[in-house]
Design a protein around this ligand. Sequence first.
Ligand code: AHR
Length: 646
Amino acid sequence: KISIHADQFGAKVSPTLHGAFFEEISHGGEGGLYAELIQNRGFEDSQVPLGDTIKDGKLIPPRTPHYSIDNGKGISDWWMPWTVKSDFPAWSAVNSDDVQLSLTDKNPLNSATPHSLQIEIKKDGAITGVQNEGFWGINIQKGETYLLKFYVYTDGNYDGKAQASLVSKNGSNLLNKSFTITRKKGWVLYTAELTSTVTDPKAHFELTFYKQGTIQLDFVSLFPKHTFKNRPNGLRADLAQKIADLKPSFLRWPGGCFVEGVNIQSAPDWKETIGPVESRKSTFSVWDYYTSNGFGYDEYLRYCEDIGAKALYVFNVGISCEMRSGTYVTGDTVQQYIQSALDAISYAIDPVTTKWGAERAKNGHPKPYPLEYVEVGNEQHGELYGKRYNLFYNAIHSKYPQIKIIANMGIGDVDPNTLKYMDHVQYSDEHSYKGAYWSMANYNHFDSYPRDKGWDVYVGEYATNNGVGRGNIIASLSDAVYIMGMEKNGDLVTMSSYAPLLVNVNDEDWPVNLINFDNEKSFARISYYMLKMMNENKPTINIHSDVKLEQPANVLNDAFKGGIGLATWDTHSEYKDIEIIQKGKTVYSSDFINHPDEWKGLRGDWRIKDSAYVQNADGAQTFAYLPNHSLSDYTLTLKARKLDGY
Ligand code: AHR
């Protein structure tokens, strides 16, 4: 029986409750939302920027570090090597007998992008050159126009013909354009518009030459003319529209762990993501691939404006990802990071009479952008972060009191060990990944949060991603109940963003995501439609109601119909000899093994015998699930032997 007390009001529901979380993870931007079709267009992707050597326990950075490094924590066991596939990933030779390809740092196009591809054509009339595979194929659509550009360097003694083509898997040419290489020493830009008369989502790009000689190639870009709102250097329309359709009140960028960097030298820097795309440095991130930063700070702010969302920019605080290296800057160097955050705000909102406002105008946007929030770091904790947060907070708040400042405050809950060092918190960002049905059993979760702290809660990352495959109806129901818990506590929980937002199904870093895509198609998971519905039908205020259950025990069992589960928050562990114990008696025992060869390997391959099965759904949790059992059947104890000693 449900009694509704229409005259008893509870908390108002926050109008900003539903935002969106963009992270450069699983090729969400590069090879995803960012519409560029050529992978590794600037030939910068092969250079490991981080130091591929660890000597005497110390990281050796191959690029000159910008900042002094204090590796206070040493290199942790979590350090993971990155994958560098070749000197020039995504590129290969056409007719390899007649051509020699090599990466070179001779005659750089500009100082920010030191590398280019040297192409030695061995004989006249050979039809040879290079090809690019795109991001798991290049999607060519009939009637669409593509903007091609590339730079060729010669020593002044090379001329002759070149041909740019889009070629199908079976080798047939779909689209061609001929060029004559100019006999001029130095870099020359070549451009063309190509309109396709055919459709082929798995095409690749070729650039071939016919005359013997040696040249260099750099910055090869192929861009669809039609992008979201037809912005130049813009976004893939289907993905950008799907995000827009969620009507997010804010958009967070660029992460997530992406913000943190594998180590502090390689962490993203917004100043390297603005201005001409040819001279933007690439970023190699914790997600083990490069982004060209073509979807940079300005493109992000413009997209926020285009979809009516406030911008929420997350910056690095001079501390890198704890799980990868935990390196950080110290002393006066911290000031450079604070200044960088202030400059980012200035770029977004200050008048054109200021240095950074003028830079924004130079990039085509004199009006301020809708930046409303900044977040001080991502998932940082402890004394170092707590104290550092105060420095950022004070500097930003005194210069820009209108900017709302968000603090990292815990994974799953507020972290008291960080909090004790923080002087003032406006918004506390809690990250919350849960298992199936967790929200049903914890509907009152936020009710018990203290109200006297003076901060709003921002659930910056949440999702039901454990025990739900790659995101099924149980996930969306659990997410919906989680959202209802936030709505119910609207006086406290004023912002939230489901994470992650995007996944390219060809390179998944995280198992449950909202919008899935490949280079041709995109589709949203059921939680997306639930979220859209919840946002479009968001209540304004809670009204008191009583729910009387006729058979409470059955309701609980019904909620858990289908089975019971066990979860741990133990990341890289292998378990053996699992027992499930009922009232002191083992009722189930088995053997299941994970193969956590690497971060990505964690997603698959759990095995359990007999009637139970296990899903490792998010790379961080273990979930043992027994179908057709109810909670009342068991007192559950997980007794297991860890194999790896983490
Ligand atoms: O959303 C995926 C990852 O989960 C984010 O990068 C990180 O912040 C969190 O741990």
